[in-house]
Ligand binder design. Sequence first.
Ligand code: UDP
Ligand code: MG
Length: 334
Amino acid sequence: MHSNTASDQPTTKRQRDPNRPLLSIVVPVFNEEDCLEALHQRLTEVFADLEDGYEIIFINDGSRDRSAQIMRQLAERDPKVGYYSFSRNFGHESATSCGLERANGQTVVIIDADLQDPPEVIHEMLERWREGYDLIVGQRTKRDGETLLTKATSYLFYRLLSRVSEVEVPLDTGDFRLMDRSVVEAFNQLPERNRFVRGMIAWTGYRQTSVNYHRDARLAGATKYSFFKRLRLAFDAICGMSSEPLRWINTLGMIVTLLSFTGGLVVFAEKLIFGIGIPGYAFQVIAMFLLSGVQLLTLGILGEYIGRIYVEVRRRPLYFLAEQWDPRERHEGS
Ligand code: UDP
Ligand code: MG
């Protein structure tokens, strides 16, 4: 029988579950042929001495290069490797979600395939987990090899997100994090199709802490996130985490109404008191453009939420698997 500790202080003793490896490492992969071998080797080195075992779960998110081939080879060679392959590119968030569903470990780490997040940090995360924390996020103190624009917009994004979001989303964190099984199980129950994995994990609650790390530059290849894809993700994140933008519309509407009302009063007063006629059409044109702009913006934000509702009601699966190698089955089978 295990006891439930009701205190806020992390418990110091973790029970080992003998049916699970201690650690699952989930890696979403999209066109990373030049990184995979190096990643696998580095992970193997870093965790060679890990008691209680680990597994690596690769999710191939519809890569169009040799990534699939390389991952299949790795899975053949190394019984610790699991490999799941999507029928096409379903996106990073779907790939991560798939990994979290398939991971068997008592703790699960999400890591980029490009070695931007140093795997050595995972040892430190495991240490915090043993202390009793359920969610340990990697917080970037420094980021190499990313453009100023990326860094600046990402800085603004995290500040904006933490302002609007109802739960606390830690600042300057990526997907690199370690989760206890309880967090993973909670996450796997969230049914939404529009996904912002980091935010959803934060939403589950549980005892959180962070470890600092220095984010390296990509090992090879280019980022899979263009500026616009990033912007899209930011929008998804904000709309997914809060309905605050709908309230912005309200405020905007009130401000514009107030402005036009004051404007009307001024014009009326000028005419009555000073006898000045209403000046030309410039004012009207400006007002017209301003108002159409405001209306379009408003419709856009409304549309964003309607679009999300549409995606949710269709209830389509997050992904389709074209191929899978479950490390557990192979273990038992062979
Ligand atoms: N990725 C993915 N599907 C995509 C785009 C990216 O699985 O549609 C993976 C990618 O292979 C990498 C991780 O998600 O392992 C993060 O992508 P990337 O490193 O390009 O993002 P950045 O670190 O520049 O934010
Ligand atoms: Mg990266």
